[in-house]
Design a protein around this ligand. Structure first.
Ligand SMILES: Nc1nc2c(c(=O)[nH]1)N[C@H]1C(S)=C(S)[C@@H](COP(=O)(O)OP(=O)(O)OC[C@H]3O[C@@H](n4cnc5c(=O)[nH]c(N)nc54)[C@H](O)[C@@H]3O)O[C@H]1N2
Ligand SMILES: Nc1nc2c(c(=O)[nH]1)N[C@H]1C(S)=C(S)[C@@H](COP(=O)(O)OP(=O)(O)OC[C@H]3O[C@@H](n4cnc5c(=O)[nH]c(N)nc54)[C@H](O)[C@@H]3O)O[C@H]1N2
Ligand SMILES: [Mo]
Length: 760
């Protein structure tokens, strides 16, 4: 008998990079590393189980309470009724139309934050924004959970769009390897995080760069609560979370008092040192910012601080700052202060010197590539002007019509009647999830497109089953990666899943905006059109990109977009000629004191950087909450993605919490024990891992676990966001303050009465 089985292997890409997918008889059976990736992440291994997992949303689904009586209180509790696509789209379109016509487009929240999947066309957030704009607009959100606070503060300091600085204008790894002698990493540079990059990173090279730094004899200093925030071989200064500003101030104090500050640089390239100096020296508030003062706050010894300051002044020093530092109350301050410290060292604009942000936070930072344009599906203009800072969604839902401050503006929160989410998981990413669960009752209707029954999908009234990237064709490219991918459709859509594009095309048609949304094209017509535009734009830059048929045949190509020679730091021309290359700040210089910020009169972000203790940190620890919780990104996955299948792995859930031996001993906790991590906001189960690689009195519980069902005594999966605080970083940045949280721990009796049931 003839063998009719078919087996193919193709390459696709993802935010964690490229991987091979083996398909047999129309089914994904395995994934394998991409041959050109020196350090391929293991994340893709779980893809086959995730794609076919029983947690896939099979059909358009309606929450019963909403469908039957427009109930809002049963979100997270009710069961769902499946309906055929046509009927489901009719009901959803009618509801969107009703809310729009009775309350206006300002009643629709479409911020829809989230990473969704790589692939340029089927980017869910772009799709939902385009759809909502085609029907009159929506309330959008500013910034990201990643860098929202930095995006607000840094333009005041450097006069540049922070994301542009990050991705296009920082020293590349080559320059650092060649010139930097001392690398001072606040929050580390973590190869675990560099596994991931928006749109994909194909050759994972961060670890290899550190091998090169070590060979060269570079001094690499990791200043962080965890040893493994930087690769092995780096020195570790164990620091209490949220105290970086105090440490940086003390470094600045040593520079100033020991004659090591570069006043020629300060005079020529900065403004405001004279307003800052009295604060630094203590004339303004009676407290000189001495190493002894800082040591009490941050836990790093005074002599260590002095020696570090001297070393930084006498060698080519690059200060790097992880994004985590600004994901905390007063996160503006370490960012601003790092710029002031670098200015005092006077090396800004020299190769391998100065300050850089987000190296290692995502894999693409530090690559020196020629940026290409195109392959962007237009979202149209948003006719609605109202936006909120992205991490203020809980406040928005709790306080409609109430005023709030943001970066010098006073605005009011909109009165949201409908939320549409596609490509994100707020019940993974937002802080104080138990409070969000209450606030989430406010809107009349919540619609979610999702491949899986996430905690967010389970709190929606209407859930549309979306395809995964393996079920549709797309193009994978990123400006921080030299590889270009044709992402083939590997399998047929599971169950009744549809592409976001087709879901929105169906809704738009019913709302009279079908032609606007689709422009008369199917996705199969859009992809070649966008690709051809991208290809001709690349040709204008002298870069030859294969035509689509060739790319399809090749599957992937490595483009010749390595920058020739070192990429120049944004500050290099400014350093050469500050008059002709003035910065975009009001003074044209680096602003150590900002008249603009001072004019806002914010006590939580005054006119120059200051040490401000957050509401929760070790200096404010109590008997009830003696430990500082940090909740970093997970090393084994991307956020909450593929979680359904990961959670099935033996021992994977609840998530592991890292505990210092002293704190474990006090509580009789051993590695492997189940514990409760708790505070007044909530509780999560976790599995203990005891290690002296974390600062005493600090516990680390990574993000990524799904949020359990309401009413659990403790979140059964170990989602840290039941514990985190939902406040803005300050009135200036209003970013997310995930790292501001005190907690306590206790061992769970093996079969004790308060041990929660496993939940879902
Ligand atoms: N405590 C704490 N919380 C944090 C952070 C922290 O450090 N600590 N970090 C924050 C940061 S920086 C971030 S970026 C956020 C991340 O938070 P999110 O970006 O919301 O997390 P993801 O899990 O990536 O969510 C993407 C969702 O999109 C779905 N999806 C994937 N592909 C598609 C598609 O094609 N169509 C549709 N419709 N859906 C799709 C996935 O299944 C998943 O549920 O978390 C934030 N939360
Ligand atoms: N594998 C994997 N990689 C990822 C992601 C993922 O989900 N999985 N997500 C990506 C995304 S969206 C983002 S935004 C980036 C985030 O990049 P980052 O914000 O840099 O990453 P985090 O893991 O949140 O934090 C890094 C480390 O900072 C330390 N830290 C916490 N608080 C403080 C502090 O106050 N001071 C100092 N000095 N250190 C502190 C913690 O020990 C933590 O391990 O990661 C990206 N990379
Ligand atoms: Mo992020």
């Amino acid at each position: 008998m003839a063998n009719t089985s078919t087996k193919t292997t193709k390459v696709t890409t993802s935010h964690w990079g490229a991987f091979e997918v083996e398909v047999e008889n129309g089914k994904i059976i395995a994934t394998r590393p991409f041959q050109h990736d020196p350090h391929p992440p293991a994340i893709a291994q779980i893809v086959p189980q995730a794609v076919y997992h029983k947690a896939r949303v099979a059909r358009p689904s309606f929450r019963r309470g909403w469908l039957e009586r427009r109930d809002r209180s049963g979100r997270g509790h009710d069961d769902y009724v499946a309906l055929p696509w046509d009927e489901a789209l009719d009901i959803a379109a009618q509801e969107i139309g009703r809310i729009r016509d009775s309350h206006g487009n300002e009643a629709i929240f479409g911020g829809s934050y989230g990473w969704s999947s790589a692939g340029r066309f089927h980017h869910a957030q772009s799709q939902v924004h385009r759809f909502l704009n085609s029907i009159g607009g929506y309330v959008a959100s500013f910034g990201s959970y990643s860098t929202g606070c930095a995006q607000a503060i840094m333009p005041h300091v450097f006069g540049v769009n922070f994301l542009k600085l990050l991705y296009e204008h920082q020293d590349g790894w080559h320059t650092i390897a060649e010139h930097t002698e001392t690398l001072v990493m606040f929050g580390g540079i973590n190869p675990k995080n560099a596994q991931v990059s928006m749109g994909g990173i194909t050759e994972h090279a961060t670890a290899s760069w550190f091998e090169r730094f070590a060979q060269k004899g570079m001094t690499c200093i990791n200043i962080a609560p965890q040893r493994h925030d930087a690769p092995q071989g780096c020195d570790w200064l164990a620091l209490r979370p949220a105290t970086d500003t105090a440490l940086m101030l003390a470094l600045a104090y040593v520079l100033e008092t020991e004659g090591l500050a570069n006043h020629a640089f300060l005079d020529r390239y900065t403004v405001g040192f004279e307003q800052f100096r009295p604060y630094l020296m203590g004339a303004a508030d009676g407290q000189p910012k001495t190493p002894e003062w800082a040591a009490e706050i941050c836990g790093v010894g005074a002599e260590t601080i002095r020696a570090l300051a001297r070393r930084m002044a006498s060698t080519r020093t690059l200060i790097t700052v992880a994004w985590s530092l600004q994901r905390a109350e007063h996160g503006e301050q370490p960012y601003w202060m790092s710029a002031v410290l670098a200015a005092m060292l006077g090396q800004i604009g020299l190769p391998g010197g100065g300050v850089g942000y987000g190296y290692g936070a995502i894999g693409g930072v530090g690559k020196s590539l020629i940026g290409l344009r195109g392959m962007t599906f237009s979202q149209f203009e948003n006719p609605v002007q109202k936006t909120i800072p992205v991490a203020r969604i809980g406040d928005m839902l709790r306080n409609p019509g109430q005023p709030y401050d943001f970066n010098g503006q006073r605005d009011t929160y909109p009165d949201i009647r409908l939320i549409y989410w596609a490509g994100g998981n707020p019940y993974h990413h937002h802080q104080d999830l138990n409070a969000l669960h209450e606030a989430w009752k406010a809107p009349e209707t919540i619609i979610v497109n999702e491949p899986w029954w996430t905690a967010t999908a389970k709190r929606a009234d209407i859930v549309f089953p979306a395809t995964t990237p393996y079920e549709r064709e797309d193009i994978g490219r990123s400006n921080m990666d030299e590889y270009l991918f044709f992402m083939p459709q590997l399998i047929a859509p599971l169950h009744e899943a549809r592409d976001d594009y087709d879901i929105f095309a169906g809704l738009a048609a019913r709302l009279g905006a079908g032609a606007v949304f689709t422009g008369g094209r199917s996705s199969a017509q859009w992809i070649p059109a966008l690709y051809d535009e991208y290809r001709s734009l690349a040709a204008e830059q002298g870069i030859e990109v294969p035509d689509l048929d060739s790319l399809k045949a090749q599957n992937w190509v490595k483009l010749p977009i390595q920058a020739q020679g070192p990429n120049r730091s944004f500050f290099a021309p400014f350093r050469e000629a500050p008059e002709t290359h003035a910065l975009g700040t009001p003074s044209g210089k680096i602003e150590i004191f900002s008249e603009t910020i001072a004019s806002f009169h914010y006590d939580d972000c005054p006119g120059h950087p200051v040490w401000l203790p957050p509401s929760e940190w070790l200096g404010a620890a109590t008997a009830q909450a003696p430990l500082h919780l940090i909740s970093p990104q997970p090393g084994d996955k991307l956020h909450s993605q593929l979680e359904a299948a990961l959670a099935d792995q033996p021992g994977a859930r609840p998530e592991t919490v890292l505990i210092h031996p002293d704190n474990a001993a006090e509580r009789g906790i051993k590695t492997g024990d189940l514990v409760h991590v708790f505070n007044a906001r909530g509780a999560a189960m976790a599995r203990a891992k005891i290690s002296s690689d974390i600062h005493p009195n600090v516990v680390a519980l990574p993000t990524g676990a799904w949020y359990g069902d309401p009413g659990c005594a403790a979140d059964p999966h170990g989602n840290p966001n039941v514990l985190t605080k939902d406040v803005g970083t300050s009135r200036l940045g209003q970013g997310c303050s995930a790292h501001t949280a005190l907690v306590n721990l206790r061992a769970l009796p093996v079969d004790g009465p308060d041990r929660p049931s496993k939940g879902t």
